[in-house]
Each structure stands twice: as C-alpha cells, then as structure tokens.
Design a binder for this molecule. Structure first.
Ligand SMILES: NC(=O)c1ccc[n+]([C@@H]2O[C@H](COP(=O)([O-])OP(=O)(O)OC[C@H]3O[C@@H](n4cnc5c(N)ncnc54)[C@H](O)[C@@H]3O)[C@@H](O)[C@H]2O)c1
Length: 305
C-alpha cells in the first residue's frame, strides 16, 4: 500500500514509518520538522517538508503520490502552548487536519488514521480507568482540537463514507521521544539525570498517568491497516503510575541518587488518568505487550547509546 504518514520525522510517527516500510509498504512522509528531526526519517521513505497548514503544498503531494491511506500524526503537541496560543494550536491541529481530510476525500483515500489523545480529551475523569463512553470535556485547547477532529472524522464518514480510525493514546514513551520537549516525562527525566541534573516535577508528583510503550502504539497502527472497523479506540494499559514512581524507577535503573526539583502544578493537565482499552482488545485484537519496567529499560538503553 502507499501510505502517507504525517509527523513521520517525529517520535511516534517515525516508528510507524519504520514498521510500515519493514512490512513492504511504500511510505510518504510529510513533516515540517518543527519538533521532528531529519535523523528520525527512514531513508526509504519519500520525504516532503511541508507544513500541514499549507493546503496547496499538500495538494501537489496528493496529486503526485496518490496515497491510499493517510496516517495523521503531525501536531502541535504542547498542552501549555495550546492554552497560550489556542489560535495557532487550532490552525495546526484543526485546520491542518481538515486540509488533509479534504484532500483525502478529493483523492479517494481508503482510510484515515488519526492520532488522538486519551490523556487530554476526557477532562478530569469521573471514574477510572476511563472507557470511550466517558464524557469528553477537555481541560486544554490541545484536547479540544483533538476532539473537534474526531467529530469531523465521524461527520465525514457518515456523509462521504471516508473510513477512519482514531486512537486515543495514553502517555506514550520510548526511544526518539524528544528529551528537550515540553511533553514526555520519561525522555526528559532520563536525559536530565544522565547529565547529572535534577529534573523538575510539576506539582507534588502524585499525579498518575497511564504509560504505554511506543512499540505497542506501533502495533495498533499496523492493525489499523488491516481492520475494517471504524471508530475511536483508547490505547493504553489501564494501569496508573505516579510521576514520582516513574522518577524513582528511572533513578534506580540509572543508579544515581539525584533528587527532583518540585515546581508549580501545570494548567490544563488532569490529576489522574488511565485508559480502559478493552474495546481495542475486543474489536481490534490489540493489547499492550510491554510492561513499564521493560519499556523503560529499552528506552534508557536507547538514550545511553
Ligand atoms: N507522545 C504522546 O504521549 C502522545 C499522546 C497522545 C497523542 N499523541 C499524538 O501523537 C502524535 C505524535 O506525537 P509525538 O509524541 O510523536 O510528537 P512529535 O512532536 O515527536 O511529533 C509530531 C511531528 O509533527 C510534526 N509537525 C508539527 N507541526 C507540524 C505542521 N504544522 N506541519 C507538518 N508537520 C508538523 C513535527 O515536526 C513532529 O515531527 C501527535 O498527533 C500527538 O498529538 C502523542
């Protein structure tokens, strides 16, 4: 299949590109390299440095490449920035996505795969772990934009029969996550501690998250190519781990005695979240295979190298 992966120079997108190429698909990558890196790019992918806000640029690409599947991972991923500049966030995360959807309809794409969020779409949960039926009242513009795109996906499916699958990821971690970015505690903590510096924990560190390893996220993106299911799926482990606990685990694996610095709690972030992914297990046959210790140790090995 010919697959367009947006955000293919980023953390999650680049792993998906590698696995699609490994499986023999031909892959076209769109990325503006704003938070992605050229060295993440698979040399066997065709690369277009395009901003997804640039409709004409994307149109030229669709005309030339005629992708059969669009896997959309490009996004403005900074929750804080989404509140500081929600117009910019909406421009990239809503309008950019709509550009891709418009072209997907025009060029008769067979399936649209979307990277949504489970961590930022539900708001502060009424129960845990949350399933897809939990009300979605995001606390951030980032979450609001992801929810808006999911709504469009459903509307376009109902009206124009564009099949879609949207994955609401938990906190994804693993090799290639940008340790200098705003998101991704595992990468940030590991990188800081390896340099002998104290990482900052925002709030008291007792907030809990559902950490899912990037290889498990890749596997569901492979299933997405094969399934004929349409809809929204949580992708997580249903387990909660506190940020303090993640810090302790990484600290022990690195064998350091560095202590964290505690900073002010961050706006727009929930206190506790874990995702019930039993729908993905029932309908897609997916479940996470990596526990946190295994994923962390693979990730730390990557950063050591
Ligand atoms: N990492 C997580 O825990 C997590 C959780 C939930 C959802 N997601 C979603 O998964 C996707 C990938 O996230 P990631 O963690 O790999 O982040 P990332 O920053 O590594 O990847 C995003 C990629 O998109 C590119 N990009 C950003 N704006 C662009 C634009 N306007 N035009 C073209 N390319 C652009 C960046 O250069 C980068 O390569 C995003 O949609 C994100 O919202 C991630």
């Amino acid at each position: 299949m010919k697959i367009l992966v947006t955000g293919g120079a980023g953390f999650i997108g680049s792993h998906i590109v590698d696995s699609y190429i490994e499986l023999g698909h031909s892959v076209v990558v769109v990325d503006d390299l704003s938070t992605g890196f050229e060295e993440n790019l698979n040399p066997r992918a065709i690369f277009y440095k395009i901003d997804i806000r640039d409709f004409e640029g994307l149109k030229t690409l669709f005309e030339r490449e005629k992708p059969e599947v669009v896997n959309h991972h490009a996004a403005q991923i900074d929750v804080r920035k989404s509140l500081q500049d929600f117009i910019f966030d909406a421009d990239v995360n809503i309008m950019g996505s709509l550009n891709l959807l418009r072209l997907s309809l025009e060029y008769r794409v067979k399936k649209f795969i979307f990277a949504s969020t489970g961590g930022a779409i539900y708001g502060e949960p009424l129960y845990l772990p949350v399933n897809e039926k939990h009300p979605a009242f995001p606390l951030s513009a980032y979450g609001a934009a992801k929810l808006a795109v999911e709504t469009y996906l459903d509307v376009l499916y109902k009206n124009f029969s564009l099949p879609y699958i949207s994955f609401r990821y938990a906190n994804v971690y693993g090799p290639r996550q940008n340790p200098l970015g705003e998101a991704g505690v595992v990468a940030i903590f590991t990188n800081k501690m390896m340099k002998g510096e104290s990482p900052t924990i925002f709030g008291d560190g007792e907030q809990t998250r559902d950490f899912v390893y990037v290889k498990d996220v890749v596997s569901v993106n492979i299933i997405a190519l094969e399934t004929n299911k349409v809809g929204v799926y949580n992708i997580g482990t249903s387990k909660r781990t506190s940020v303090n606990e993640v810090f302790r685990k990484i600290k022990n694996m690195l064998g350091t005695d560095i202590q964290p610095i505690y900073g002010e709690e961050r706006k727009g972030e929930v206190k506790h979240i874990a995702l019930d992914a039993s729908l993905a297990e029932r309908e897609l046959g997916w479940r996470p295979l990596y526990d946190l210790d295994t994923g962390l140790s693979e990730t730390i090995n990557f950063y050591r190298k």
